[in-house]
Write a protein that binds this ligand. Sequence first.
Ligand SMILES: [Zn+2]
Length: 127
Amino acid sequence: MAHAVVRTVADAVPGRAVTCVTLRIGVASGAVPEALRFAWDVAITGTALAGSRLDVVRVPLLLACRGCGERSEAADPLHVRCGVCTGREVDVIGGRELEIATVEVADEPVQALGPVDASSRPAGVTA
Ligand SMILES: [Zn+2]
């Protein structure tokens, strides 16, 4: 999932060095922020996002109550009740999102890196 985010961001800001990405992750999205952060450093290696920071904003469940018609938030997706009348007849209308909220880029565009020297090998390696 981290790779998909990195690819989406890199495509959105071609040629720019990304410094920070903020994701909005709903508690019912299935995405695990800790896992994303863990995968981030590997996913950004060698991309325009190398060295960037990942920020995560958790989005609570947003409920629409069929009983009283009010909307409320449920921080715990396992305990879904109307926050106004405590009714159980609720529709989940938010909290499943996985969105790229903001992308911060450096002022300077990424410089052309030039051709890759495919003949070079790490020292001590013979092939
Ligand atoms: Zn209600």
